[in-house]
Design a protein around this ligand. Sequence first.
Ligand code: GUN
Ligand code: ZN
Length: 437
Amino acid sequence: MPDLLLGQTLTFTADPFETGEAAARHDPHGAILVEDGRIAEMGTATDLRARNPAARVHDYGRAVLSAGFVDAHIHFPQTAIIASWGKRLIDWLNTYTFPEEMRFADADYARRIAARTFDLTLANGTTTLCSYATIHPESVDAFFTEAQARGLRALAGKTCMDRNAPEGLRDTAQSAYDDSKRLLERWHGTDRLSYVITPRFSPTSTPEQLAALGALWAEYPDCLMQTHLSEQLDEIAWVRDLFPQARDYLDTYEAFGLLGAGAVFGHAIHLEPREKDRLAEMGAAVVHCPTSNSFIGSGLFDLAGLKGRMRVGLATDTGGGSSFSMLRTMAAAYEIAQLRGQAIHPAQLWWLATAGSAQALRLGDRIGTLAPGMEADVIAVDLASTPAIAQRAERAETLWEALFPTIMMGDDRAIRAVWAGGRDVTPAKAPPAPVRE
Ligand code: GUN
Ligand code: ZN
């Protein structure tokens, strides 16, 4: 039996960085007909109710019905060390991250943290994660097993490191290739899952390992490749020492076949002009991780400078990021842009967290917007979830003015319902919507 979701539908038919508010489609009395995991129809509540009398109706009242959020860069193994105090990137990795990632040799622990990550992110309205795992193949199995059990579209890869990481957290060029290939063949294209070839970043891979992963990518060009690029100045200086022949940081990937249209680079804050030109030329994507960039003290991403030239996604980057919420992440993106003298419109923020991230992951034809044929990943967002938000939203004269207080001050309390692949997967905390047969 089809499901009919009622509320204020909000989606995009274009990119609001190009066409402004006109890119958005908003129906204050909208409806989404969901059947067999996909959106069958979009329309007005009156029309779709009349034409689908047998559908189960889920009435979300004044809540905004949007595509689920897409977090384009997260480290699920860092869930338990989010908000660890007082370090910058390299010290933070050595002090907090590497000891925690060591624990993922234990498959049970990996399963428990993967489950916890999905519980937390679904509660925040995120229906797709693109995650780094650890060097342990078990951690990839744990992530995909938990995603599969929930019916989620999800992406991840084994994080490869064969130097500058502690004993117990290093693979080799050959084992990184072999393990990645085996995991890719097992998971890529299974249900809604995609494997992503994942060298952590150039400082923790030898040239041999980068070359091996470049060769693997050439064998499976429809996979994405994800890594980190130019996050902190100390890191960039270190890369220069480790790769004296490279023209710049991006070149340490490019030289080994790790730059292409399916490449997704996290952070990309301190880019040289050549790097920007080359990313644009090759059709690669970059991912803005604003809470992480301020939490670890990395710098101010140049959204206005990069957005017109290349695909840009938005992400929490937890545990470097300080929140699981894409609402909080939009707020941080807004604040960082303000510090650069740029103002991001609420339509642009919402687009980045949905369609923009989906496009950065080359999944824009499946998730990130609401339209017939798209996979039914839908969230219902309450625009009056706390007294502070409600009293501000009450004064709003436009949708954007009503949405912005939730972007700036909202959290998981604003997420009233979550649908993934056409199923209601709302975590237990929220009261269910009334179901009328
Ligand atoms: N650079 C290399 N590894 C990491 C990581 O785990 N988090 C962040 N923020 N940056 C990195
Ligand atoms: Zn990261």
